[in-house]
Design a protein around this ligand. Sequence first.
Ligand SMILES: Cc1cc2nc3c(=O)[nH]c(=O)nc-3n(C[C@H](O)[C@H](O)[C@H](O)COP(=O)(O)O)c2cc1C
Length: 172
Amino acid sequence: MELNSAILARHSTRAFSDRKLTRDEITELLTAATKAPSAVNMQSWHFYVVTGDERAKFKNVCAEWVSTAPVVFIICTDSAGIESRFSDGRGRKFAVQDTSYATENLLLKATDMGLCGCIIGAYDQDACVREFSIPERHHVVALLPVGEPAAPVPPRERKPLDEVVTYIGDTL
Ligand SMILES: Cc1cc2nc3c(=O)[nH]c(=O)nc-3n(C[C@H](O)[C@H](O)[C@H](O)COP(=O)(O)O)c2cc1C
């Protein structure tokens, strides 16, 4: 798919078909994620890939439908390195930014492959750490269920550009 088409076609999906993803497909998604830019190229991210029966644990962590996706990524920062390089909270902020850019790359790649996902920010942090034995050095910032959409989803509207953009300088 051409890039602009993927940007326009990406949308959040909360219902998935029964199709499983292959290991190669998951690797393709993760490869796209890790091509994202990152602060001083420290790549302060870590991805847990949850498949099969392990997905049932998400029922104790977030909305039940999340466990119906064939794969759920647990998106984490791994920020010890960047935090020792940048103080005053900047390192921690950079790590969250890194993972966010990686997540969008993954979603665009998923769209390119005919798949969909939905970033999940509403989850129980402690339950997620407990259920999936996430070590302290990895801080969970989002969950990302991905799969083939069960049905087409209408696009959600966006605010008009003039509401969210301020030009500074000469009018083009
Ligand atoms: C930081 C963040 C947190 C989100 N958390 C949730 C969530 O907990 N549950 C959910 O169903 N969707 C969640 N979403 C998805 C948004 O609802 C969705 O991106 C937005 O409504 C725009 O729709 P679209 O992605 O289809 O364009 C989240 C998105 C972001 C970026």
